[in-house]
Design a protein around this ligand. Structure first.
Ligand code: ADP
Length: 589
């Protein structure tokens, strides 16, 4: 660029110089000739005047006058070699006298251009070169009408050669000087233009490489200065826009990453353009896998999901499906991506994957619960209705039978009551996140209270109850809830015990937790059943449980109370020897 500017500038200057050097000699010659012409014209007229004066005195000796006048003139002339020649010619071309030659031997001058012009009454002039003098001569002729004579004066244009030489000399000098100045000025101008341009180029390169804070330092007010100002404004705007975009990108990325549902987006060529960590988990993808930019089908191998996404893009509408993968239930929503302000209808698609396994399991549990509750309620109700029917049909008249039937109805009604109570209790605990009505109580005394309630049932079965809770084990909890927990466990200990057996409750503090153990010497629980005994309505021996008046909800209630206090429950059981339930509850004080 610098070279280019320098070259063009130099070329321009050279053209101007060349034109000047060519025209100056021409113009100078013209001026010089013009000056000589004016001088000669003056001389010609003064000769005419001289001739006319001489004519008054008689006959004129043209040759003498020519020689005399020229000699006098040349004597006084300051121009070297510029000797004046005077010739008198008659109207028929005959030479009448000449200052430089013998006029008798001179040829007829009628054909000469200046003579022809003079004969027409004008001031005739001509420039001819003289072979003998090797010079251009300027001829000027005027008619002296009163004498029918033409006075012609001529001078050699000796100065022209000199002038030409001088002009050439000066031109060459000027040319050389101009050339030197031109080179210096061109280099300087090129430098002045190029330096800021180089600055602009280097700054724009840095901005392209991501250094958006770079600016051009140019103070000039010319076009380059203005360019720098606008460039800097543009760079500031770009920096702001890029920073805004980065912030938005980071925000969007953190939102997408923190979403617990899987998200995968693809472009129009089915290449992944976005995938969040949740999607990696859902599809068991390798954390180091290079998924971005790759075909989605190379990583998500489920044909149902892939075709759902394709369909959504093709039909340009959101689609939803439930997909079962590895025992999990996924709710998949596929939508086309419609870029804003774009002519393209859709350029890709996005899938949202929600793991709804738990939801579906809960729904299943609820359905099972409802059918279980219905079933559990149906049994005593059917029994009650059956006995009432029998009573109505005549059994009422037999007091012994009637009393037995009424007792059975009472037992069944009590079972219904128990069942409904347990269901209500369970649903109350289930809906709670934290227990209320917390108070500090002594565990040992609380267990004593529970035993008082259970005493009669225990006695009936010849089971001894032992309160081994250590002294001063204080608990902060809802006392009724804790009573319910211990009561259910002790009740089971009695129910599933053998004659002369025992139920012992122990209680102590350990690692900031209250540990409660309820141990019986009963029938024990086969290990295969242990994982399921906390399920609602789960019974190891259905007949025995029902016969004992069990609702099948006791342990489920215990488990939910333990969960409400973020505690844990463990079962140790040996069939034929007994069972121990150990409850640990993180609890102050
Ligand atoms: P139920 O009302 O039938 O007792 P639970 O939920 O309290 O219901 O107990 C579920 C099942 O666990 C019982 O049916 C019983 O088979 C078994 N079970 C509970 N506690 C004991 C225990 N201490 N000894 C033996 N089996 C038990």
């Amino acid at each position: 660029m610098k070279k280019k500017i320098f070259k063009y500038y130099l070329l321009l200057i050279l053209i101007i110089l060349s034109v000047t050097v060519i025209f100056i000699p021409k113009v100078s010659r013209k001026f010089y000739t013009q000056e000589v012409e004016n001088k000669l014209e003056g001389i010609a007229f003064s000769i005419e005047y001289y001739l006319l004066n001489e004519a008054k005195n008689g006959e004129i000796d043209f040759d003498f006058i020519a020689k005399d006048y020229a000699a006098k003139y040349n004597q006084n002339s300051t121009f070297q070699g510029e000797s004046l020649r005077i010739t008198f010619i008659s109207y028929d071309g005959k030479v009448l006298g000449d200052s430089d030659a013998n006029f008798n031997q001179m040829e007829n001058h009628l054909s000469r251009k200046e003579i022809q012009d003079a004969l027409k009454g004008n001031v005739g002039k001509d420039i001819r070169s003289s072979k003998t003098l090797k010079l251009d001569l300027l001829y000027m002729a005027i008619p002296v009408e009163e004498l029918n004579v033409i006075a012609r004066v001529s001078v050699p244009l000796v100065q022209i050669k000199k002038i030409n030489r001088l002009i050439w000399l000066y031109s060459i000098l000027i040319f050389i000087m101009a050339l030197i100045i031109t080179v210096i000025v061109s280099l300087r101008i090129a430098g002045l233009v190029i330096r800021p341009l180089n600055d602009i180029i280097s700054v724009s390169k840095e901005i392209t490489n991501g250094n958006y804070s770079r600016r051009i330092k140019l103070k000039s007010k010319d076009e380059l200065g203005q360019l720098a100002v606008h460039f800097n404004k543009m760079a500031s705007k770009l920096e702001r826009t890029i920073s805004d975009l980065n912030t938005k990108k980071i925000e969007l990325e953190s939102i997408v990453e923190s979403i617990t549902n899987g998200i995968v987006a693809v472009d129009g060529n089915n290449k992944v353009i976005l995938i969040n960590p949740a999607a990696f988990t859902v599809f068991n993808l390798d954390a180091d896998a290079e998924i971005l930019g790759d075909d989605i089908e190379n990583h998500i191998k489920n044909s149902q999901i892939n075709s759902l996404l394709k369909d959504a893009i093709q039909k340009n509408k959101p689609l939803e499906a439930e997909v079962a993968i590895d025992g999990r239930v996924l709710l998949v929503n596929a939508s086309p991506i419609r870029p804003k302000d774009s002519d393209i209808d859709n350029s890709g698609g996005i899938v949202f994957i929600q793991d709804i396994t738990k939801v579906r399991k809960l729904e299943q549990i609820r359905t099972e619960f409802v059918s279980n509750v219905t079933h559990e309620l149906k049994t005593p109700i059917t029994s009650i209705r059956g006995f009432i029917e029998t009573l109505k049909n005549g059994a009422m008249n037999n007091p012994v039978v009637a009393e037995r039937f009424l007792e059975i109805i009472d037992i069944e009604a009590e079972r219904l009551h128990e069942l409904i109570n347990d269901i209500l209790l369970l649903s109350e605990i289930e809906t709670k996140l934290k227990d209320t009505n917390l108070e500090i109580f002594d565990l040992k005394s609380m267990v004593d209270d529970v035993f008082k309630v259970m005493q009669n049932i225990a006695k009936e079965k010849k089971i001894s109850l032992n309160n081994n809770v250590r002294d001063e084990v204080l608990m902060k909890a809802n006392i009724n809830r804790m009573k319910q927990l211990i009561m259910n466990l002790v009740d089971n200990g009695i129910k599933y015990n053998v004659q002369n057996g025992s139920v012992s409750v122990d209680g102590y503090r350990e690692d900031g937790k209250v540990v409660i153990s309820v141990k019986d010497t009963g029938i024990g629980i086969p290990s295969a059943h242990i994982p399921r005994i906390f399920e609602r309505f789960y019974r190891v021996d259905k007949g025995r449980s029902r016969g004992m008046g069990g609702t099948g909800l006791g342990l489920s209630i215990v488990k939910h109370i333990v969960n409400l206090y973020n505690g844990e429950i463990k079962v140790n059981s040996v069939v034929g020897e007994g069972t121990e339930f150990i409850v640990k509850i993180p609890c102050q004080p």
